[in-house]
Every structure is written in structure tokens, then in C-alpha cells.
Design a protein around this ligand. Structure first.
Ligand SMILES: NC(=O)c1ccc[n+]([C@@H]2O[C@H](COP(=O)([O-])OP(=O)(O)OC[C@H]3O[C@@H](n4cnc5c(N)ncnc54)[C@H](O)[C@@H]3O)[C@@H](O)[C@H]2O)c1
Length: 378
């Protein structure tokens, strides 16, 4: 099939590589010229929508962030559809992989592109840096606005996904994607709240969680940390709460979980301050790992960055070390050195913490994984 993939970011390139590996004739469309110039993929890429003419399948993989009011921002999806409108042939299969609320395919995408095409939803589930689950072996939910759309979309995804799961409507696929990430967001908030309760009760959090996890059914372990980051867990649940609000339901769990997770950097800054006698003024603190998760360079919504701000607001002098990120906020990664407090926020593999070990540095580990060998702080 001739496949055009709109958006050549994390998702668009992963789909492009998989589809091209399956023998499709792939074209990637990317509007950011510097990103376009830096792409190195085994298929053709272009900044011009005119190259889409003649495509059999169009996959939309553009950002779906939140706006300043933390409500869904579909402007990238709408703008991609407006650009596509002029170049689509007839009976093209248009698939949306971008995460959004139920009804996006039916009520936003299809009305812009118009009748005469086949529409399907196949939300992306890729997990950056996950070595076990990838685009080929993670089950893919698929559903179209018509039977024909569903069967063509299933045929397309079967060509590079082992397990394609057909659901009854695009709304089910869209809502399932949001619910999966909401499940994580709420459970992470719950364990973050539990860490605060356990600390106040002077009970060891991780030993207690390990003890609870000996129950062989009905329990799943989540690990406390400085909060949630990236473009999924802090964002997707708000798409669901927005849709809930439009339908007259208040998504109280989602809203509460957002606020518990967002409060973690401030809570940790407060605990560090207490550990140092009640003030951070004049204290030197270094943060190891500022991206939102181990093994990636992405700092979007990273709680480690919120921690840097919270510590600076309390008067600390804060440097950071993250060779994957390199530069952020016109600041550069500083090699680990002796400071008053070292905080392992995101534990990237292979980091040598001996510079801290050799100095009188108090080390606080609030990371999730891999285990750095330091006692956990939360
Ligand atoms: N990255 C993940 O792990 C992941 C996982 C599952 C779902 N998603 C979802 O997939 C979607 C894409 O995410 P991503 O991480 O690939 O984002 P990204 O920011 O890495 O990439 C999106 C790309 O689309 C380009 N773009 C924006 N508007 C465009 C347009 N009109 N035409 C052409 N290109 C355009 C951007 O320049 C960018 O390079 C989002 O909805 C996201 O929530 C992401």
C-alpha cells in the first residue's frame, strides 16, 4: 500500500519504520523543517503535503497536547486535516493514531476531510525505551466508522502488528487508550499519597508495598516518585475528564490524581528542606536525571524540572546532570560533584554516582527504576 504518515515524531517514525519493513511504500510528512532535516529513516520524507497525492492510507500521528487551561488542544490534528483535504484522492483510508477523546475521528477528523473516504481509529500505545513491548508485539486496537474502513484498517495493521484487536466503534478504541493511561495516572497518585502517609506514620513505604504485593491476586504494585511526566500520563487523563465534563460528569478521580501527582515535587522539596534543618537558603543541590523517564531525553512535563524550580524557589542553588538531555533552559548538564544534597530524580542506566559517594553529599533517591543502590527516600 502507498502509506502517508502525517507527523514524523516519536510515533510517526515508529509506524513509518514498521510499515516500510512490512513492504509498504511509505512517505512521511513533517512540517517542522529542522526536524525534517534531522530525520534518518528508511523511507522518503517531505515537508510538502502535495507528495501525499496517490496515497492509499493516511496515518495521522501529530501532537495532542493540553492548552494553557489544561484542556485538549486539537489544533495540530485540525491543521493536519485542513492540509490533507486538498491532496487526498478518493476512498483513502484515513487512520488516526493521535491520542484524543472519544468522538475525535467521527466529529472532528471526518467532517473536515469529508465523505468519500474510509475512517478508522488505531490509537498508538508505544512505550519509549520499553525493551519488551514494541509496535510489533503490543496489541493494536482498531475500529472504523464503517465495516469497510474497519476491514481495511485491520488489514493494514496486521501487516506489521502481531495482534490486532477489532473493537465495535472508534469511540471504544479512543476511550480505551485514555482509560489505560488514566488507570496508571490514578494508581501512581494513590501510591504517591501512600508514600506521604507512610512517611508521616514512620512506616517504611517500600517494605510495606512489597508486603502488600505478596497477595497473589487483586493487587498491582505501583512505585512512588516525584510525579508523572511526558506527553501521556499527565495529559491523556485530562482528555477523558474534558469529555466527561462535556457529558455532565465530573471526573473527580482524574482531577484529584492530577493534583496529587503535580504536588509531589513541592512535597519532596519540603522534605529535603526539613532534612536540612528547615531551610534551603545557600544549600547546594544537584539533580541527577531531569528527563521524564529513564533512558529518554524528553523533558516534556518532567517532574524533575518542577523539582528544580521548587528547590530554587526555596533558596537552594541547584545544578543538574543529565547527559541524555544535555541542555535545557539555556543551562548545561554539570558533571556530578560534591554538593550538600544529591537527588536522583530519573535514574538513567550507567550513571556513575561515585563523585557523590566520595564527598559528604546526602543522597536522596526518588527515582522509579533502575535501582540505583541508594536507599529510597519515598
Ligand atoms: N510518544 C509516545 O510515546 C506516544 C505513545 C502513544 C501515543 N502518543 C500520541 O501520538 C501522537 C503523536 O505523539 P509523538 O510523541 O509522536 O509527538 P511528537 O511531538 O514527537 O511528533 C509529532 C510530530 O508531528 C509534527 N507535526 C505537527 N503538526 C503537523 C502537521 N500539521 N503536519 C505534519 N507534521 C506535523 C511535529 O512537528 C512533530 O514532529 C500524540 O497524540 C501522542 O499523545 C504518543
Amino acid at each position: 500500500m502507498r502509506v502517508a504518515i502525517i507527523g514524523q515524531g516519536y510515533v510517526g517514525t515508529a509506524v513509518g519504520i514498521a510499515a516500510s519493513g512490512a513492504g509498504h511504500d511509505v512517505l512521511g510528512i513533517e512540517i517542522d523543517s529542522s526536524r525534517l532535516a534531522s530525520l534518518s529513516v528508511p523511507y522518503h520524507v517531505s515537508g510538502s503535503y502535495s507528495s501525499v497525492v496517490g496515497a492509499d492510507v493516511v496515518v495521522i500521528a501529530v501532537p495532542t497536547p493540553l492548552n494553557d487551561a489544561r484542556e485538549p488542544d486539537l489544533s495540530f490534528v485540525e491543521s493536519a486535516c485542513n492540509s490533507l483535504k486538498a491532496v487526498l484522492g478518493t476512498s483513502v483510508l484515513v487512520v488516526n493514531e493521535s491520542t484524543s477523546f472519544p468522538g475525535t475521528l467521527r466529529n472532528v477528523i471526518a467532517p473536515i476531510l469529508g465523505s468519500g473516504h474510509l475512517y478508522a481509529s488505531a490509537p498508538e500505545r508505544i512505550d519509549p525505551a520499553n525493551e519488551k513491548w514494541d509496535i510489533g508485539n503490543t496489541p493494536r486496537l482498531v475500529s472504523g466508522l464503517s465495516k469497510d474502513a474497519t476491514s481495511r484498517a485491520v488489514e493494514f495493521y496486521r501487516s506489521f502488528c502481531k495482534d490486532v484487536v477489532e473493537v465495535s466503534s472508534p469511540e471504544v478504541a479512543e476511550a480505551a487508550k485514555l482509560f489505560e493511561n488514566t488507570f496508571r495516572q490514578v494508581n501512581i497518585a494513590l501510591v504517591n499519597e501512600f508514600a506521604q502517609i507512610a512517611s508521616a506514620l514512620e512506616i517504611p513505604t517500600h517494605e510495606t508495598l512489597g508486603a502488600a504485593a505478596t497477595k497473589p491476586y487483586g493487587f498491582m504494585t505501583f512505585v512512588p516518585s516525584i510525579g508523572v511526566g511526558g506527553h501521556c500520563i499527565p495529559v491523556d487523563p485530562s482528555y477523558l475528564s474534558y469529555a466527561a465534563g462535556k457529558a455532565g460528569i465530573e471526573a473527580s478521580f482524574i482531577n484529584l490524581a492530577n493534583s496529587v501527582n503535580a504536588s509531589m515535587p513541592e512535597y519532596i522539596a519540603e522534605r529535603i528542606s526539613k532534612a536540612l534543618g528547615g531551610s534551603l537558603v545557600g544549600k547546594s543541590i544537584q539533580i541527577a536525571g531531569i528527563s521524564y523517564k529513564s533512558g529518554v531525553a524528553d523533558t516534556r512535563e518532567s517532574p524533575a524540572i518542577a523539582l528544580i524550580h521548587a528547590l530554587r524557589d526555596k533558596g537552594a542553588s541547584v545544578s543538574w546532570f543529565d547527559e541524555l538531555v544535555g541542555t535545557w533552559n539555556n543551562e548545561s548538564s554539570t558533571p556530578l560533584s560534591g554538593v550538600d544534597v544529591g537527588v536522583i530524580a530519573t535514574a538513567h542506566a550507567g550513571v556513575d554516582y561515585s563523585a557523590w559517594k566520595n564527598e559528604l553529599t546526602m543522597v536522596i533517591d526518588v527515582s522509579i527504576a533502575p535501582n540505583t543502590g541508594w536507599p529510597k527516600f519515598l
